[in-house]
Design a protein around this ligand. Sequence first.
Ligand SMILES: Cc1ncc(COP(=O)(O)O)c(C=O)c1O
Length: 365
Amino acid sequence: MHPAHRLNGIELSLIRQINALATPLSVNLGIGEPNVEPDEPLLEKARRAATSSWKYTANAGNVSLRKRLATNPAEACITAGTEEGLYAIFQAYLNPGDEVLVPNPGFVSYATLARLAGATPVAYDLEPGTWQLDVPALLKRITPKIKIIVVNSPSNPLGSVIDEDTLRAIANAGPLVVTDEVYSEIWYDAPPPSMRGMSGNVIVVSGISKSHSMTGLRLGWILASEEILKPVVLAHQYIATCASVFSQSLAESIFDAPDWNASWLERVRAQFRAQRDVALFAIERELDTTIEPPAGAFYAFVPVPSCDTETFAKTLATDGAVLVIPGVAFGYAGEGFVRISFAASLDQIGSGIERIGCWLRAKGR
Ligand SMILES: Cc1ncc(COP(=O)(O)O)c(C=O)c1O
């Protein structure tokens, strides 16, 4: 039995490959999941959500939940996580021969989802160090073949945030713009600007995986004009039928408790701020390098003395018992860097980065 051609060249992501090297002794700084524990009010909301309906909802999700996200519920579709939202959009809009502009370095799924839809990903590079987006360079890459531009701010793996003027320029560049804002609630100095409403071409994808530490509950959404959303809902109907009714009820009860939600998000940001500070301190002390402090998300993208970061990260995992993700997993522009996730306890962050430092020194680097 041969798998379909569309899977040719599509492999287990380097993130999964590195995580597969974990042992009970490993310090795992490779994970893209928040480490915030639910509080009692959140657990109580979950208990109540578990006793609500267990039936299908409308394909696009419960109208009451969609109304929390958009004034017109026809402009919102609830999905099984941001990932399914991206998949549905790409299935709805891409034909073979189309091209998709994806950030480099950028989240691994964008290029793969474009390929699965028969299209070709085209990388736009971000400036190493500050990881700023060069608008004129991006605009130059737009040809009639470019159907979608993907934007991700705050960024996985960079932790960088894109400023409002840059976002406006992209929103009005011509093609559809898919803006992945799944980290929008995890920021340090100021909330990141959203592309929502910047132009009729903008499709926002987001969810509660990162903001509410609910990666396994698979709850995300897509926000776009009714006209743009219609074909996406059609694709979503045949992918997921509807998002989990339990997760939809839970999301609704979160939005129905704005005071609790605001204090929850404050707590999440405070925890990540403390973890970020320990990570930055350890990176400077142990790895002898300073990086631009991440403005959002929970990743540090750190230069390392290696021009083959895949081997570097695999050897570090097996010999140094620390998991980090090679920068090249996120595109060729990530070579020479590793992604350190600081979604881990302060102890793990400190001891993990210390182990990397010891390992590098033992190798004479
Ligand atoms: C940038 C980015 N987008 C989307 C996702 C997927 O999120 P979800 O759990 O909502 O599918 C992730 C998860 O790591 C991510 O980092």
